[in-house]
Design a protein around this ligand. Structure first.
Ligand SMILES: [Zn+2]
Length: 261
């Protein structure tokens, strides 16, 4: 049976002398793995289409076991992601996170759209750190975590002063601060931003220019949740941590003038 599916290459590993095993995230069928025969040869018509981050249309023959990638048509090579070190690092982190949290042939609503929009935003040179951060927040429900951000996680109140609680994974109002002695006090702006990250679509995040301190705060919260509740450690994160601790190594880039939050 042949299927034509739109997808993005999450991973591509060499197999044998000339082949590659490609992991795709497709719009129609979720994550799947396919053998790309001959794709390791530079002259192969499958060579370009099987590169990581490529957005394309893939013709896949399904058999009993792993499918075979017969043909592909490139929709976007994601050239900027491939050429820019910082963009590569954040895009690698995004595809690894989505790969780890997805099972083969299981369709989870919204994940393909998130992956597609995030990589295209990075390729269009939006702040890759903010985009990756957004993907981390958006993938929490896929990892089984549903932060309570529209009301107090303990009493349901929507008015008052709020703090973030890792114990409740959500907000606590000032009347319920006693529930968690390790809560993190947050400003009304930080509360708004956590809500924004949890609820709005990605194109609205792409337009925000976030201050470094804001990103660090948002990152600390979401990564603590991943470390403590989800328990996954991504390989691409160590490179990212290195990059973030030595920003002077990155070439200076001009940023589009946008709203600062
Ligand atoms: Zn409360």
């Amino acid at each position: 049976m042949m299927n034509k599916w739109e997808g993005i290459v999450l991973r591509s590993i060499p197999y044998g002398e000339t082949n590659k095993i490609v992991t795709l995230f497709t719009r129609e069928a979720g994550k799947l793995t396919a053998m790309a025969r001959g794709a390791k040869k530079p002259a192969s018509r499958l060579a370009a289409i099987t590169q990581q981050f490529t957005h394309g249309s893939f013709l896949i023959r399904k058999g009993k076991g792993m499918g075979t990638l017969e043909q592909g048509e490139q929709l976007d090579s994601m050239r900027f992601i491939r050429e820019d070190l910082e963009a590569t690092a954040y895009a690698s982190y995004i595809v690894e996170l989505i790969d780890r949290l997805s099972d083969d042939n299981e369709r989870v609503g919204g994940v393909y759209g998130l992956l597609h929009d995030a990589l295209h935003a990075i390729n269009e040179q939006y702040d890759p750190e903010a985009i990756a951060l957004f993907v981390e927040w958006k993938m929490l429900p896929v990892a089984g975590i549903h932060p309570i951000v529209h009301q107090c996680a303990n009493c349901g109140a929507t008015e008052g002063e709020f703090a973030f609680s890792f114990k409740e994974i959500g907000f606590l109002c000032h009347r319920c601060f006693h529930v968690d002695r390790y809560l993190i006090r947050i400003t009304p702006n930080q509360l708004k931003l956590i809500r924004t990250f949890s609820t709005v679509p990605i194109h609205r995040i792409g337009n925000l220019t976030l201050k470094k301190t804001t990103k660090d705060f948002m990152k600390k919260i979401v990564r603590t949740i991943y470390d403590e509740q989800v328990g996954i450690r991504l390989k691409s994160r160590s490179f990212l941590d290195q990059l973030e601790s030595t920003p002077e190594l990155l070439p200076k880039k001009k940023k589009p003038d946008e709203k600062v939050t």
